[in-house]
Design a protein around this ligand. Structure first.
Ligand SMILES: C[S@@+](CC[C@H](N)C(=O)[O-])C[C@H]1O[C@@H](n2cnc3c(N)ncnc32)[C@H](O)[C@@H]1O
Length: 207
């Protein structure tokens, strides 16, 4: 699967900022996509599209497999008001550490991070762990996404297939699902708008 994915998506290898992570990836631990930050230009175009379709005074945005937070920080930067919370779920703790290192105090107030497998095969846990371990509750990914107006994914096509049931649930709950780079197979009836040149696909369940 690994070799296939890279053959079909050579740009993943060509511009990888941290090749070590790609070549030595620990797929066994449950990772379904390697780390690669969303390209800025593509992300800006996707956020422009999102801003045309979010009509709520207060809203939340999530990134599934949030890496080192590129999407979370870009959203916080764009919406100084209205955006009440950004939620990131990530399996690789080292990347969550990197988010916390970069986040300012103001960012942290509007940021909720979870560690664990987003595919729903296991639980996810608040990160960093609350001091009072009594309070640490494990949840399923869908539980923390229920209030989100927008759910981002920037994952390999095979990973999108695996995540489709979760993404379909998010759509049913009324969220816009944004996929960077690749369309999500079998969700085409919910495709609301896309720009393959810019590399984004927005999905919303029809009313
Ligand atoms: C292509 S990167 C995208 C990072 C970030 N969303 C961005 O756009 O900058 C994919 C991320 O998904 C994470 N990931 C892969 N499998 C995962 C899983 N099963 N559960 C949670 N995160 C996962 C990887 O560690 C990686 O950081």
């Amino acid at each position: 699967m690994e070799e296939d994915a890279y053959t079909r998506n050579p740009d993943l290898l060509a511009t990888a900022p941290k090749p070590k992570r790609l070549y030595g990836y620990d797929w066994q631990s449950g990772l379904i996509s390697p780390y690669r930050p969303a390209p800025q230009q593509q992300l800006t175009a996707a956020l422009d599209a999102v801003s045309l379709h979010v009509h709520r005074d207060q809203f939340q945005i999530a990134d599934l497999g949030c890496g080192d937070g590129v999407i979370l920080f870009a959203a916080l930067d764009r919406w100084k008001t209205g955006l009440t919370k950004v939620i990131g779920i990530e399996l690789d703790k080292a990347l969550l550490v990197s988010i916390r290192e970069k986040a300012g105090e103001k960012d942290i107030k509007r940021m909720e991070l979870w560690v664990g497998d987003m595919t729903g095969e296991g639980s996810i846990y608040p990160w960093p762990e609350p001091q009072d371990t009594q309070r640490a509750e494990n949840k399923r990914a869908i539980d923390v996404l229920a209030e989100c107006s927008v759910v981002f994914v920037y994952l390999l096509p095979d990973a999108l297939v695996k995540l489709k049931p979760l993404l379909a649930e998010c759509l049913q709950l009324g969220a816009i699902v944004v996929s960077l780079q690749w369309p999500i197979q079998d969700l085409d009836t919910s495709l609301m708008c896309s720009d393959p040149q810019q590399g984004y696909y927005l999905y919303k369940a029809s009313p």
